[in-house]
Design a binder for this molecule. Structure first.
Ligand code: IPM
Ligand code: MN
Length: 355
């Protein structure tokens, strides 16, 4: 197969980890007789530096024209003082919106080899966990009306959370379908005791549940969910939640896998097109030092092969290689407590050797 992948390397460790995943994809292409081509496009702070805006039109056009998109991370202290609409993060929201990527799949599972790195109590670790977070990605407060105004106490800023029935229905359907292919248990996370958007969300979950009698569904308040994730993560199979709650809970879920450097993600529209990226950020503190853990991006490339190109064997090959490397005790700095950690490029090489 011939496939064309747009690369959004971004800022901080973004370029290093995307280059790692590209090396792995090239090795997979050779092994399975595919032809993958890659075109880099600017996004985030590096785009601001080059052309004054975080999401140039060529980037959007390039992503829409490609068969799939692989992204590193955006942002850094250099651009932190820019106004909101010019920040690197705005580009990430912008490309998600431009591509219609309303579904964000964030799998968080405990690798047996990383049990020691899990910060939870041994009896909780023993039970393990394998969670799929389905995060709504193009609605809610990250996209709502915002601004500054004169309030009761003077200067005031506001952001608004709004969700339409259509936006909730489509993400909830994706979540039920996802749960159906897993352990058939869906937890919908909201704040229905306070927020009107959550009450609509909950109502729609219950309506759609009638179409999926084989899936067990439960509601959970987000504050409780944050606690349950560290108290008993094994209780979760598939989680569905709003943009902001999903953002926060997926970082929490990543930490109990051992490191935020482990979690991949797939952002999908209603077709097969998508954007694949690690859930972590640009880690400016270690940028350019060849220290980053490339695994989340390498696993994002594995998700890309599976979801975008329907290449299950190729995707499994990467996942198995990562398993082998971890089982062999190889660790980058984020996961390494004893001995010398591998660099980003060394870890990438080890994964390629194990394909
Ligand atoms: C993520 C990130 C982004 C988000 C930021 C950088 C806009 O935190 O992908 O989780 O909030 O979605
Ligand atoms: Mn996040």
């Amino acid at each position: 197969m011939k496939k064309h992948i747009a690369l959004l390397r971004g800022d901080g460790i973004g370029p290093e980890i995307v280059d790692s995943a590209v090396e792995v994809l090239k090795a997979v292409a050779v092994k399975f007789g595919h032809e993958f081509t890659f075109t880099p496009y600017l996004i985030g702070g590096s785009a601001i530096d080059a052309c004054g805006k975080p999401l140039p039109e060529e980037t959007v056009e390039g992503c829409l024209a490609a068969d799939s998109v692989l992204l590193g991370a955006v942002g850094g202290p250099k651009w932190d003082t820019l106004p909101g609409h010019l920040r690197p993060e705005k580009a990430l929201l912008g490309i998600r919106s431009a591509m219609g990527l309303f579904t964000n799949l964030r799998p968080a599972k405990l690798y047996p080899a990383l049990k020691e790195e899990c910060p939870l109590r041994p009896d909780i670790v023993e039970k393990g966990f394998d969670i799929m977070i389905v995060r709504e990605l193009t609605g809610g407060i990250y996209f709502g009306e915002r601004g500054y105004r004169e309030g009761k106490y003077g200067e005031e800023a506001y952001d608004t959370e709004a969700y339409s029935r259509m936006e909730i229905e489509r993400i909830v359907r994706v979540a039920f379908e996802t749960a159906r292919k897993r352990r058939k248990k869906l937890t919908s996370i909201d704040k229905a005791n306070v927020l009107e958007t959550s009450r609509l969300w909950r109502k729609i979950v219950h309506e759609i549940a009638a179409e999926y009698p084989d899936v067990e569904v439960a509601d959970m308040l987000v504050d409780n969910a944050a606690m349950q994730l560290v108290r008993n993560p094994a209780q979760f199979d598939t989680i569905v939640t709003s943009n902001m709650f999903g953002d926060i809970l997926s970082d929490e879920a990543s930490q109990i896998t051992g490191s935020i450097g482990m979690l991949p993600s797939a952002s999908l529209n209603d077709g097969t097109k998508g954007l694949y990226e690690p859930i972590h950020g640009s880690a400016p503190d270690i940028a350019g030092q060849n220290k980053a853990n490339p695994i989340a991006t390498i696993l994002s490339a594995a998700m890309l092969l599976l979801y975008a190109f329907d290449m299950k064997a190729e995707s499994d090959c990467i996942v198995n290689a990562v398993d082998k490397v971890l089982n062999a005790g190889l660790r980058t700095a984020d996961l390494c407590r004893v001995g010398a950690p591998l660099t980003c490029t060394e870890m990438t090489q080890k994964v390629i050797e194990n394909l």
